[in-house]
Design a protein around this ligand. Structure first.
Ligand code: GLV
Ligand code: MG
Length: 327
């Protein structure tokens, strides 16, 4: 271990994160009753400019009136380059009560962006005497944001998670894509050489670097890495494949842009029953070995090391969180 110890963000279940436009208050109650872990009420890109004021009012009312149960509730504020952002922060904290857990900051480009929102949030919280300190979710969705991802991750003690905003990221990097968060048949490799007769074309994951880079920055700074949207909500198998490869790389959750995607995210991002069972066996074997004064442990013919024990502990803790949320 390094001598530098990084604090871990407040642990929250974040397998699924549902986007709900602030301009569609008829969807709020249903979101609150759903199986989702985190809900973000959107004031940014899902809301047209002429609806921004009304959406802010809807969100404030919903924060006061709706029973959100044990869900984590977030509000996506507008970008720092707009004239809506300061009022999103001020009005939501001043009038929205204590229920809100997080602000989601879109299109973060530099650490100074986070610093600026932190400063404003801190002032308004102090002025109204808010008892619960808001956390931040940061969307990495521009080339500038990705270039500065480490500094952004470390920019505030409020930071809890990094999110890969694939739609805006594609626009910012001018990536060739038409389907939000999906693969592109143009990104692949041809096996073999010119003389081979049985060459095969293998699709690659054009988002691999971006997701992996974000995961490293998030984990290095104790934050949750979360994969962003998958646009085709009628393609369950496509969603599951994208969620699976994000989970394999270390992401803890994925966005749902439609309620249909909530169960898929919970399924793909939660540990499977078989994984939990194996993790429990690893911990039991370790406990037994300690009792017997043995250092090394083996299970099913394989050596278990400290890293696998840590992974097993994390997995069992997650399973317990999920069980508690479902109770
Ligand atoms: C999310 O905001 C995205 O741009 O993908
Ligand atoms: Mg975006």
């Amino acid at each position: 271990m390094s001598f530098t110890i990084i604090d871990q963000a407040k642990p929250r279940l974040n397998r699924s994160e549902l986007a709900v436009p602030g301009s569609s208050p008829q969807l709020f109650e249903k979101a609150a009753q759903s199986a989702v872990d985190v809900i973000f009420l959107d004031l940014e890109d899902a809301v047209a400019p002429d609806q921004k004021e009304q959406a802010r009012k809807n969100v404030i009312q919903a924060l006061n009136d709706i029973d959100w149960g044990t869900k984590t509730v977030s509000v996506r504020i507008n970008g720092l380059d707009t004239h809506y952002m300061y009022k999103d922060v001020v009005d939501v904290i001043e009038q929205g009560g204590e229920r809100l857990d997080l602000f989601m900051i879109p299109k973060v480009g530099t650490a100074a962006d986070v610093y600026a929102v932190d400063m404003l949030t801190s002032q308004v919280e102090a002025a109204v005497g808010r008892r619960k300190r808001l956390g931040f979710e940061l969307i990495i969705e521009t080339a500038l944001g990705m270039a500065n991802v480490d500094a952004i991750a470390a920019a505030s003690k409020r930071n809890e998670s990094l999110h890969f905003g694939v739609a805006d990221y594609a626009a910012s990097t001018r990536a060739r894509t038409t389907m939000i968060g999906g693969p592109n048949p143009g990104y692949g490799v041809l096996t073999g050489g010119a003389d081979d007769t049985d060459r095969e074309y293998h699709w690659g994951d054009m988002w691999h670097y971006a997701v992996a880079r974000m995961v490293v920055a998030a984990r290095a700074w104790g934050l949750r890495p979360i994969d962003g949207p998958f646009g085709d909500f009628s393609d369950a198998e496509g969603y599951k494949a994208q969620a699976s490869r994000a989970a394999v790389l270390g992401c803890e959750g994925k966005w749902a842009i439609h309620p249909k995607q909530i169960d898929l995210a919970n399924e793909m991002m939660g540990p499977s029953a078989a994984d939990v069972e194996k993790a429990r066996r690893i911990l039991a074997a370790m406990e037994q070995a300690t009792k017997e004064g043995k250092g090394a442990v083996s299970l099913d013919g394989r050596l278990i090391d400290i890293a696998s024990i840590k992974q097993a502990e994390t997995l069992v803790k997650k399973a317990e969180q999920i069980a508690a949320a479902a109770a």
